[in-house]
Design a binder for this molecule. Structure first.
Ligand code: NOJ
Ligand code: CA
Length: 553
């Protein structure tokens, strides 16, 4: 595998609106990120991905962009961003922006012009179809946030436009070369400004199966999930290859795709040596629909990594701004503790690929325990979850409880900096509720405690970057260990060194036989251990929920 500058990096996702507010308006801002750059330096972060901060009506929290060339005043200014880029560079921290180009906002000038003249140049930037009341819509696809993907075109009773997400997010027509050219120009404008690259939003949606047609209904609303169409759409590679050639490849930019549903044979095209993207997220565990178990989790992530071995790098996560908190999802409720949070951290962090930390994960932030009222929350996707739950027969209380487990707002409550007012996030009124757990879970109480979750993340990053082990963690082979052993998540990383990650994901002790003797304990979640592990045999007993990262003889 050809070596790339970003192979050994550790990345962190910031959700700017909820990160740190410096002017008391209750909304996190770019200056807040600048103020915390030394926080990232201390932790050991190399790449910061910022969820969108472009001008936006924030109908989908910035994933609905009304001006690609400017910063929303609530987050700051272009000058603030330039300062962030420059200050980041001083600390060897690269800034990665979110690239949202499957759709824009209905308040973008392109869409306004399309409404003014649907048959004109900008009408062709979107998918606009004729439609008369009472007639069937062009197709029965259900938008990701619920309801039809078709909406009346403002000012035109006889026309509808396509939006696979919110109705304020009209889809851009990638079949139109003029649109594509505009997008590439914009991407290069940002790369010229000095950013390190992009996280590419919802990219799999840019290719539609045309002409529009129905699929069998999968709910009694008569509509069908977008996945049915995506499974049949082919030819996305031409768009992605063109985009990479016109933009990322020229700059050696770092690009991480939000990619789903790719076929095995497409993997080298997506993330191989000269792929469309540097890397893509591994969503295999996030996509599990059954009730989570350690074995399901293990099988998903192991399979994902075995699949890309020798081809390219996945980006590893346990959560992001679209998911509930990872510790609440992957660890059984009765086992949730600092020790299990550390165990989960080490399991995913030391896999091959690029580890991403989502803001707050490093202090062990958890989901909300309960939601009293839909109005306590904000996300535009909540209504569909709630209404569907009621439709399926759940009570109001049960539907709200479901939101406490599933809502994207779990990840979007403000960062818990301290146990002070508003968790130290703002001096004003926070735009979204603070998770009441902030009095127990906050950065201030962890920063000086060497046994805290925060310190564990810092140790984990330091271990991954330790010159003695770095090449093994970055380029070493990934070899699952005792894959079929129930509730054991264990693997080898084999390069210059032989490292093993061993996690006993259950409440009882578990005995295992190792392939050789342990030379040195590199990290545990039990307590700080002496450097040398005096094991005389290769058989070891892992205590309940014990994690061991060890160098083997
Ligand atoms: C994926 C983003 O991560 C999510 O937050 C957003 O709602 C959709 N794409 C639409 O842009
Ligand atoms: Ca602010």
């Amino acid at each position: 595998m050809e070596k790339k500058w970003w192979h050994n990096k550790v990345a962190y996702q910031i959700y700017p609106k909820s990160f740190y507010d410096t002017n008391g308006d209750g909304i996190g801002d770019i200056n807040g990120v600048i103020e915390k750059l030394d926080y990232f330096k201390e932790l050991g972060i190399d790449i910061l991905w910022l969820s969108p901060i472009y001008c936006s009506p924030l109908a989908d929290q910035g994933y609905d962009i009304s001006d690609y060339y400017n910063i929303d005043p609530r987050f700051g200014t272009l000058e603030d961003l330039d300062r962030l880029i420059a200050e980041g560079k001083k600390r060897n921290i690269g800034i990665v922006m979110d690239l949202v180009v499957n759709h824009c906002s209905d308040e973008h000038e392109w869409f306004k012009k399309a409404c003014a003249d649907p048959d004109g140049e900008y009408g062709k930037f979107f998918y606009i179809e004729n439609h008369k009341d009472g007639e069937p819509l062009p197709c029965n696809w259900r938008s990701y946030f619920g309801g039809s993907v078709w909406e009346k075109l403002p000012g035109h009773d006889d026309k509808v436009y396509l939006h696979v997400f919110h109705k304020k997010q009209p889809d851009l027509n990638w079949e139109n070369p003029k649109l594509r050219k505009e997008i590439y120009k914009m991407i290069n404008w940002w790369l010229d400004r000095g950013i390190a690259g992009f996280r590419i939003d919802a990219i799999i949606n840019i290719k539609k199966k045309l002409p529009f047609s129905d699929y069998p209904a999968d709910r009694d609303d008569g509509m069908t999930s977008m996945n049915n169409m995506l499974a049949e759409a082919s030819g996305i590679g031409e768009f992605l290859d063109e985009m990479a050639t016109e933009t990322f490849r020229k700059y050696q930019a770092f690009s991480v795709g939000e990619v789903f549903n790719e076929k095995d044979e497409e993997l080298p095209l997506f993330i191989g040596n000269d792929g469309y993207f540097s890397t893509m997220f591994d969503f295999s565990a996030e996509l599990i629909e059954e009730e989570m178990t350690p074995d399901l989790y293990k099988n998903a992530i192991f399979k994902a990594h075995e699949r890309v071995e020798g081809i390219g790098f996945l980006s590893n996560i346990i959560e992001n701004h679209d998911e509930p908190r990872g510790v609440s999802r992957f660890i059984p409720k009765d086992a949730l503790s600092d020790a299990t949070k550390k165990m989960l951290a080490a399991i995913y962090f030391l896999l091959p690929g690029i580890p991403f930390i989502y803001q707050g994960q490093e202090i062990g932030m958890e989901n909300l325990d309960s939601v009293n009222d839909l109005n306590e929350l904000d996300d535009c996707a909540n209504a569909d979850i709630y209404e569907n739950a009621i439709h399926e027969g759940l009570s109001k209380e049960q539907a709200l409880q479901l939101l406490a487990e599933k809502s994207r707002d779990n990840a979007r409550t403000p960062f818990q900096w301290s146990d002070g007012a508003n968790a130290g996030f703002t001096t004003g009124k926070p735009w979204l509720m603070i998770n009441p757990k902030y009095t127990d879970i906050n950065f201030a109480s962890q920063k000086d405690d060497p046994n805290s979750v925060w310190h564990f993340y810092k140790d984990l990053i330091a271990l991954r970057k330790n010159p003695e082990y770095e090449s093994t963690f970055v380029y070493g082979k990934f070899i699952p260990f005792l894959k079929r052993q129930h509730n054991l998540i264990a693997y080898n990383r084999v390069g210059d060194k032989h490292i093993m990650v061993l996690a006993n994901f259950q409440k009882d002790a578990q005995t295992i036989s190792l392939p050789s003797k342990i030379k040195k304990v590199l990290l545990t979640n039990v307590s700080k251990t002496p450097d040398n592990f005096s094991s005389t045999s290769t058989e070891i007993v892992l205590s309940p929920y014990e994690l061991l990262v060890v160098e083997m003889v």
